[in-house]
Write a protein that binds this ligand. Structure first.
Ligand code: NAD
Ligand SMILES: O=C(O)C(=O)C[C@@H](O)[C@H](O)[C@H](O)COP(=O)(O)O
Ligand code: ZN
Length: 378
């Protein structure tokens, strides 16, 4: 095996959650540094690396070599890649695998993968022996900017996205941005939708920056690390204020009421639609819905769609391969959204770019009429 490249400069973003506080380490070539940190922060712990088949071939051997060098003994459990792995069946298999490996409470589950591996293994770690320590080593752009941070874990049900899960904060997050060099263009772009989301929520200057720099983020220059660090800082701040989504954290759900309905209606088929693509459509719909309700200038809604389209992301319901379903089906799927209160839908809407807000009590009829007009292209 070729010697590991030297670790580049590292950014540390703390997540302040009292006794559940942890660091996010961001930089290129961080795996061996991460192994040293693991060995020193969790002395004597054994590691169960949970990964998917793609990462098992690409990056798991390097992590294992770094852990061995640092004196951490590790075993590996592998799941098939794709959203379909966030299922009851894979969850049971994984829990049994971790128990068979005799992973103890003070050992570590290391999630090496995208958001699917992170959510699935995080959920297993949350219930195994009533809670095993979790380290997130996210390998997709989406996982580095969003899913590895904040402690939401879970699996999907035929009733809806992420409906079975738990909050379980990691003890450490390591974002090695060099790992993203092997990510496919499709998955990179999908993850980029969650990057743009932070600008749209409350950071209009970051959205301006994204419009100018998105190509450099994809190419892997210092702009990539800047985007990951900006996103992680934004997410860390919201999570520190509202760990369990009693308030503000729901802003991170911008675009997701639509996105999750589309993922359920496409049956979590990654071949048709992946989460980030669904979010891209959801962000555009959230802005156009806000425009239709007279809350947001059409110019801003147009700018959001124009940017995501320029990147090569889908922006309309018509872009869902195989069709999105009818307005009635989409609204029905939305009724399982976790933000629903006393049967009423909650959306994250916007007064403009960087001016998003939580809108509870939105009438299903209003959502239905809007979706119908979108499907009709009017
Ligand atoms: N918990 C949270 O807060 C949170 C936040 C956002 C999204 N999510 C969840 O995350 C999931 C989506 O995550 P995702 O977009 O990472 O999908 P994913 O985990 O399916 O990864 C995307 C694909 O890229 C491959 N891949 C990952 N890293 C790679 C690399 N470095 N090189 C080559 N291939 C690589 C994977 O094998 C997979 O095929 C969804 O289930 C979504 O609901 C959770
Ligand atoms: O961390 C959060 O909070 C988010 O909402 C981030 C989202 O990007 C992510 O997709 C999350 O899994 C959605 O949460 P859910 O509670 O709607 O399942
Ligand atoms: Zn998301």
């Amino acid at each position: 095996m070729a010697p590991a490249a030297p670790a580049a400069e590292r950014i540390v973003v703390p997540v302040a959650l009292a006794e559940r506080s942890y660091d996010i380490l961001i930089g290129r070539h961080q795996l061996c540094e991460a192994a040293e940190v693991i060995a020193s922060r969790f002395p004597g712990a054994r590691a169960a690396i949970v990964t998917d088949e793609n990462l098992a071939a690409l990056h798991a051997p390097a992590l294992e070599a770094c852990l061995q060098q640092a004196g951490v003994s590790a075993t590996r459990l592998t799941v098939p890649p794709g959203e379909a792995s966030k299922s009851y069946a894979r969850f049971i298999e994984l829990c049994d695998g971790l128990l068979a490996a005799k992973i103890e409470r003070n050992d570590l589950v290391i999630a090496l993968g995208g958001g699917v591996v992170g959510d699935l293994s995080g959920f297993a770690a949350s219930v195994l022996r009533r809670g095993v320590r979790l380290v997130q080593i996210p390998t997709s752009l989406l996982a580095q900017v969003d899913s590895s941070v904040g402690g939401k874990t879970g699996i999907n049900s035929s009733h809806g996205k992420n409906l079975i899960g738990a909050f379980h904060q990691p003890a450490l997050v390591v974002c090695d941005t060099a790992l993203l060099d092997t990510l496919s263009e499709r998955e990179f772009k999908a993850g980029y939708a969650e990057v743009v989301k932070y600008g749209l929520i409350d950071d209009p200057a970051f959205f301006d920056w994204c419009e100018v720099n998105w190509r450099r983020v994809m190419e892997g220059g210092p702009e990539r690390d800047h985007a990951v660090a900006t996103a992680c800082r934004a997410k860390a701040a919201v999570v520190a204020r509202d760990e369990r989504e009693d308030g503000d954290r729901a802003l991170l759900n911008l675009g997701h009421t639509f996105a999750h309905a589309l993922e359920r209606l496409t049956r979590y088929d990654s071949g048709r639609l992946v989460h980030g693509e669904a979010v891209a459509i959801g962000l555009c719909l959230a802005f156009r819905f806000s425009q239709r309700l007279g809350l947001c200038p059409g110019q801003d809604a147009g700018r959001v769609a124009a940017h995501l389209a320029a990147v090569g992301l889908p922006t309309r319901l018509q872009d869902v391969p195989g069709g999105s379903g009818t307005a009635a089906e989409i609204v029905e799927a939305m009724t399982q959204d976790k933000k629903v209160k006393r049967g009423a839908l909650t959306f994250i809407l916007a007064h403009g770019i960087g001016r998003s807000f939580i809108a509870p009590g939105v009438a299903a009829e209003a959502a239905h009429d809007f979706i119908k007009s979108e499907l009709a292209g009017t």
